[in-house]
Design a protein around this ligand. Structure first.
Ligand code: GLN
Length: 306
């Protein structure tokens, strides 16, 4: 037996040892990787270690020199392997924080982005202005927008997605994050196509707000993700040649589904502001405006039904 392996048997690795060994592996494995460069290998490793050990960030930092038990080390190793194979860290650990809550994510749903918190902020600002209401969130994915709004307001919330698998994830998140009486009513729908029938079935009136983070990548942008074998669902990302197909359909559908004076609130790509504003206006919306995100980029477009 060599001195090193003897040493390893006597002294189990510490959290610092495992993290320090994982970081260069992640960096090298993902340098030309399928899902892009790993520009945050240390952060990724810490997030995975928190998941493997069940410890908070603070506890983990305080425990850096402590030995790691074999089960935790093995769990961490499996997560590192998935990350090195190119899976984004949120899919590796199966969750992502959004607006202060942890949402379960699978490859059936888009990973919630901080950008989408701007969409929530705009909706909550309308909340302060319009009082009790009913919001319908289309393209709900993990349910992050619908569930956050249900948690932050007293509104009636309905939500839909074209993907049954995404709805299953959203329903699971609602069960985890909301009291039974606050859970959105979810149903499957291609944009708002099924909304009128669903409202009759559920006995709910027309929504005063329709929100959506629809797929809005252009074919060129999406093609680049395909080249990198990006694992997020095409259904959540592909917006057609110019990325605006969903807005064209949504604007027409929302105008006939919304209650009079109701709002359509959509997330947009940062270069799509003028185009989506024009689309909403030509569909018949008034008071159309664009709202920027924390980085100063166009991120949300709002219009009101006359
Ligand atoms: N914001 C996402 C991205 O940049 C796109 C989300 C969408 O198409 N709705 O990948």
């Amino acid at each position: 037996m060599t001195a090193v392996s003897h040493q390893a048997m006597v002294d189990p690795p510490t959290y610092r040892d495992l993290l320090s060994a994982a970081v260069p592996r992640i960096r090298v494995a993902l340098r030309d990787a399928v899902s892009g460069s790993a520009d945050t290998p240390w952060l990724d490793a810490v997030v995975m270690m928190r998941h493997a050990s069940g410890q908070s960030q603070e506890r983990l930092i305080a425990a850096m020199s402590d030995p790691v038990d074999a089960c935790c080390a093995q769990r961490f190793e499996s997560l590192v392997e998935l990350r090195c194979a190119g899976l984004p860290v949120s899919y590796v650990i199966g969750k992502k924080e959004f607006y202060g809550r942890d949402f379960r994510v699978t490859t059936d749903v888009l990973v919630p982005r901080p950008d989408t918190e701007t969409l929530v902020e705009v909706i909550l600002d309308l909340h302060r202005g319009v009082g009790p209401t009913h919001i319908h969130d289309a393209c709900t994915g993990s349910g992050c927008v619908a569930i956050t709004v249900a948690a932050e307001t007293e509104w009636a919330v309905t939500a839909s997605d074209v993907s049954a698998a995404a709805i299953a994830v959203a329903e699971e998140n609602a069960v985890q994050l909301l009291a039974p009486g606050r859970r959105p009513r979810f149903f499957r729908s291609d944009l708002l196509t099924e909304l009128p029938d669903a409202l009759v079935r559920l006995g709910i009136g027309a929504p005063t707000i329709v929100s959506a983070n629809p797929p809005y990548l252009t074919d060129t942008e999406y093609g680049e993700l395909v080249r990198r074998q990006w694992p997020e669902p095409a259904l959540a990302l592909r917006g057609g040649t110019d990325g605006v197909d969903a807005y064209t359909r949504l604007a027409g559908q929302a105008l006939s589904c919304l209650a009079p004076h109701g709002y359509l609130v959509v997330e947009i790509g940062s270069s799509q502001g003028p185009r989506v504003r024009a689309l909403l206006e030509s569909a018949g919306f008034v008071d159309v405006e664009t709202v920027t995100d924390l980085g100063g980029r166009d991120r949300v477009c709002v219009g009101r039904r006359p």
